[in-house]
Ligand binder design. Structure first.
Ligand SMILES: Cc1ncc(COP(=O)(O)O)c(C=O)c1O
Length: 415
């Protein structure tokens, strides 16, 4: 069959004429395939999934009830556009109660998002011209950078290393990049490293932004999932509102990934530009979902209960990994445990395997130990273990961590 003329029409940003022809298999697809192969090779065996990047449980019943009652109201049925005041006002109260951020104007400084991913894909359209630089941390969540490149922007990667406590070194940016840099995107607690920011780091970011006339986007998707202290908002930093925005999401903090709701808060001009662009890209999240999210935001004890669960699981997982020789340190928040990947493993039968990348280790862990993790080879070789594995109850949770420990204990790792 001759090739469709449509093949000739694809935009260069998705590969142009070559779109869809690459045989490259991406990381998450490789993990899926390895899981399928492991299940086929060991029918009925339990694969423990420590790779999932979303909560294992559903939203709390009262939030589901609120959605149910709001969905029945005729006045909520239509296009929501940029939303009504319910979620905006709830967001302002949430920022105050939960993060200690005062003085956000509900009318002009907050707007809902259909999840932070959507906001991160809209915002580049408001800021990035061809040739502009965007400063992104690596490893990290790439969405803003991907869209910035679609608009002709360039991405400068700031490595997150253990020696810098996974905070970017802002002094490392070359002058030539700084001259063209418009946006710095940061995310704390961080995916995948689990690292948290500090007030001192955020203060440095504000100073850096002022000095270099740069907009800061703080992706706070995991901000409320902390194991000690109160959540740290970038907006609580003096001067932050003059330089940037913070993106909050109900996805992880309230077990609402599929609901697609969050909010953008901070600088009035940036919020307005986001709203103008958003208006041309979507018609707003269903008001019933926005109102149920507002209800969730008024109940931060939900997030505290979720965080307590992750903290408990994290303690157990850190113990299991340490006893297998991993240098695991409990993060202060998120549900990610990021550990250096081993360089080799020796099985009980004496067979020794060398690993060249974290991906090698991850593939081996799925195939041989039926443990699924996510490898990161961007800056060093690391594995991300997520404590969102499915467990029926507390004793099942103990059993699963015991099982992880037993499986890892079957080999001797070298680091
Ligand atoms: C760092 C980070 N930002 C944003 C998102 C997306 O969040 P949302 O569900 O609000 O779109 C994720 C999801 O995994 C994430 O890890």
């Amino acid at each position: 069959m001759s090739e469709s003329y449509i093949q000739e029409l694809f935009a260069e940003r998705i590969g142009g004429r070559q779109y869809g022809k690459s045989n490259a298999i991406y990381k998450f697809e490789k993990i899926k395939r390895a899981k399928r192969a492991a299940m086929a090779a060991h029918p009925g065996a339990e694969i423990i999934d420590l790779g999932v990047g979303e909560p294992d449980e559903m939203a709390f019943p009262e939030v589901v009830e609120k959605l149910w009652s709001e969905a029945r109201k005729p006045e909520n049925r239509g296009y929501a556009d940029n939303g009504d005041s319910v979620l905006k006002e709830a967001a302002v109260r949430y920022l105050d109660w939960v993060c200690g951020v005062k003085g956000i104007n509900a009318e002009t400084e907050v707007l809902h998002s259909i999840g932070s991913k959507a906001a991160l894909s809209i915002l580049p359209a408001t800021l990035v011209n061809p040739g502009d630089y965007v400063l992104m941390t690596t490893p990290g969540y790439p969405i803003f950078g991907t869209h910035a490149k679609h608009y002709g922007g360039q991405v400068h990667h700031l490595a997150l290393t253990e020696s810098n406590r996974f905070l970017p070194d802002l002094d490392s940016i070359p002058e030539t990049v700084l001259a063209k840099a418009k946006v710095l995107v940061i995310n704390y607690p961080n995916n995948p490293t689990g690292a948290s920011a500090t007030p001192e780091f955020f203060a440095k970011v504000v100073e850096f932004a002022h000095k270099n006339r740069i907009v800061v986007i703080h992706d706070a998707a995991y901000a409320a999932l902390v194991f000690e202290d109160r959540p740290l908002s970038f907006l609580a930093t003096p001067g932050a509102k003059a330089v940037g925005l913070e993106l909050h999401s109900a996805s992880k903090s309230f077990n609402m990934t599929g609901w697609r709701c969050g909010f953008v808060a901070g600088n009035e001009l940036l919020v307005r530009a986001y709203g103008d662009m958003k208006d041309n890209m979507d018609s707003g999240q269903f008001l019933a979902i926005q109102h149920a999210t507002a209800h969730a935001l008024a109940h931060p004890e939900i997030t505290r209960a979720i965080a307590a669960k992750y903290s408990r699981r994290m303690d157990a997982l850190v113990g299991a990994l340490r006893s297998a020789g991993f240098r695991a340190n409990k993060p202060k928040g998120s549900f990610f445990l990021y550990v250096q990947a081993p360089k080799a493993a020796t099985r009980r039968d004496g067979v020794r395997l060398e690993f060249h990348t974290a991906e090698d280790v991850s593939q081996w862990l799925i195939t041989e130990q039926l443990l699924s993790t996510v490898p990161w080879d961007d800056v060093g070789a690391y594995l991300r273990f997520s404590v969102t594995f499915v467990a029926r109850n507390l004793s099942d949770e103990d059993r699963i961590v015991g099982e992880i420990s037993r499986r890892l204990g079957e080999v001797r790792f070298e680091f």
